[in-house]
Design a protein around this ligand. Structure first.
Ligand SMILES: [Zn+2]
Length: 455
């Protein structure tokens, strides 16, 4: 396979050639190439060709050798709350309701501000870069501050404008949330790596009036809506009690059940619900480890994929996971789907890889830019070293990535052509400073409220 997109008169100067042992571009589906090279220039993928062809085509290019590696599209974390990384391990081993209302929300009320958000986000992005993630979809307060951090360290992000009917340090009322969110949408129009989503927290914490405004703005501006939905059984009970209808009926009545909706969790689905999601084009964001840890329920991944629903993967926040590791999330998703369905063929290794790459890009509306290694897309890439004993022998590259490799084998990461992880070293984040700040927050948060220390 040879694809050319390089300028005819280019001798290759200013161009970088990456030579991995294996290339899994995700598109075309299921293909593993050996001894192929990827040419990148000005942040974009300009050519994919055999190694011998690339040497002739670009004799002046800078070369990066990845002799024992597989090159993959950068991973996309389709649901997280990056600043909450500062609450990793803060309250464990309890139900969602107790965890949220008695521990997380009180701590957030006390501590969340610009410094918390910036320090938590830098820590999260350091972790994500080291795990191969090049793009994430976030929901948290102070999205403006988060955007600044993303710009500074060079990661692609969809950043949620949070919407909830309670005031906090970022916004005093719902009008202020919308006003600041719309300003961000304007401010980031020319940002290459940043876009907003509207992120109402959940149907149970947001009014009909707010959801109506979200639906109208989402349609008018063509911006996705990012929402926790059907996380537990309680969500349905609450909706029936307060709105007389199932949450999906309520969302449909409010014009939100469409292809701009990113529905996170979805552990309580009937066969009829799944048909409705498939027909309406809703994207489901599956967060298996958070759902398992909070005992929320299990998203019927196999049935959703079977019905043709686009399902992407998210870690959720580090406070309920407790890491931001998409490789382990993909492994959990594949194993859980097999166990639940009683079908070992459910969610194969390549489908799991799609969920953490191209499916995430589709859900976020970024499919033309990222999610696969194709000429004309941004150079969002990650390399995994497969020479370690943990991934030898090597019969099948994609199986090895999903079922055996760990994030510790991620060696190099590029976002839009910028090498943010170089042979295991972060190039845009000072790791010592980031972990030092985490330690300072630990001192401040320790002992606050009725925090439960795990045994
Ligand atoms: Zn969440």
């Amino acid at each position: 396979m040879t694809e050319t997109g390089a300028p005819q008169d280019s001798p290759g100067s200013g161009l970088t050639l990456i030579h991995p042992r294996y290339l899994v571009a995700v598109r075309p589906q299921g293909v593993v190439l050996e001894e192929y090279s990827v040419a990148i220039e000005q942040g974009m993928i300009v050519s994919i060709m055999s190694r011998s062809e690339s040497a002739q085509a670009y004799p002046q290019a800078e070369s990066i050798e990845l002799a024992e590696h597989v090159l993959l599209p950068g991973f996309i974390n389709a649901h997280t709350h990056t600043p909450m990384t500062l609450l990793r391990g803060y309250a464990d081993d309890m139900d969602l309701d107790v965890w949220l209302r008695e521990h997380i929300w009180p701590a957030e009320q006390e501590f969340v501000g610009p410094a918390f958000v910036a320090d938590g986000a830098r820590l999260a992005i350091a972790e994500m870069f080291r795990a191969g993630t090049t793009c994430f979809n976030d929901m948290y307060f102070f999205p403006d501050v988060l955007g600044e951090v993303c710009r500074e360290v060079g990661i692609r992000a969809r950043i949620g404008v949070p919407l909830i009917e309670t005031q906090n340090a970022w916004a005093s009322d719902i009008d202020s949330y919308f006003e600041q969110g719309l300003k961000l949408h304007e401010d980031w129009r020319s940002e290459p790596l940043l876009n907003i989503t509207f992120s109402p927290h959940a149907p149970y914490s947001v009014s009909d009036e707010t959801l109506r405004r979200v639906a109208a703005y989402s349609q008018e501006l063509d911006v996705p809506v990012h929402l926790h939905l059907l996380e537990t059984k309680w969500d349905i009970k609450h909706s029936l009690q307060h709105h007389d209808v199932h949450p999906l009926v309520r969302l449909k009545n409010l014009d939100l059940l469409n292809s701009r909706l990113l529905a996170v969790h979805m552990t309580q689905l009937s066969a009829g619900d799944i048909d409705q999601l498939a027909q309406s084009g809703v994207h489901v964001i599956h967060c298996p480890q958070s759902n398992l840890k909070l005992a929320s329920g299990i998203c019927p991944l196999d049935s959703l994929l079977e019905a043709g629903v686009n399902v992407a993967l998210g870690t959720d926040g580090a406070a309920s996971n407790n890491d931001l590791d998409l490789l382990s999330e993909a492994q959990t998703a594949a194993l859980l789907a097999k166990g639940i369905s009683g079908n070992a063929q459910a969610v194969d290794a390549f489908q799991a890889l799609e969920m953490m790459t191209i499916n995430g890009a589709k859900a976020l509306g970024l499919e033309s830019l990222t999610g696969s290694i194709e000429v004309g897309k941004a150079a969002d890439l990650c390399a995994i070293d497969l020479s370690c004993p943990e991934t030898q022998p090597l019969y099948h590259v994609v199986s090895q990535v999903i079922y055996a490799a760990s994030r510790r084998q991620v060696s190099d990461v590029w976002v839009s052509g910028r090498r943010v992880l170089d042979s295991g070293q972060l190039t845009t984040i000072d790791l010592k400073e980031v972990t030092g700040k985490a330690s300072q927050w630990q001192s401040r948060l320790s002992g606050f409220g009725n925090r439960k220390n795990p045994a």
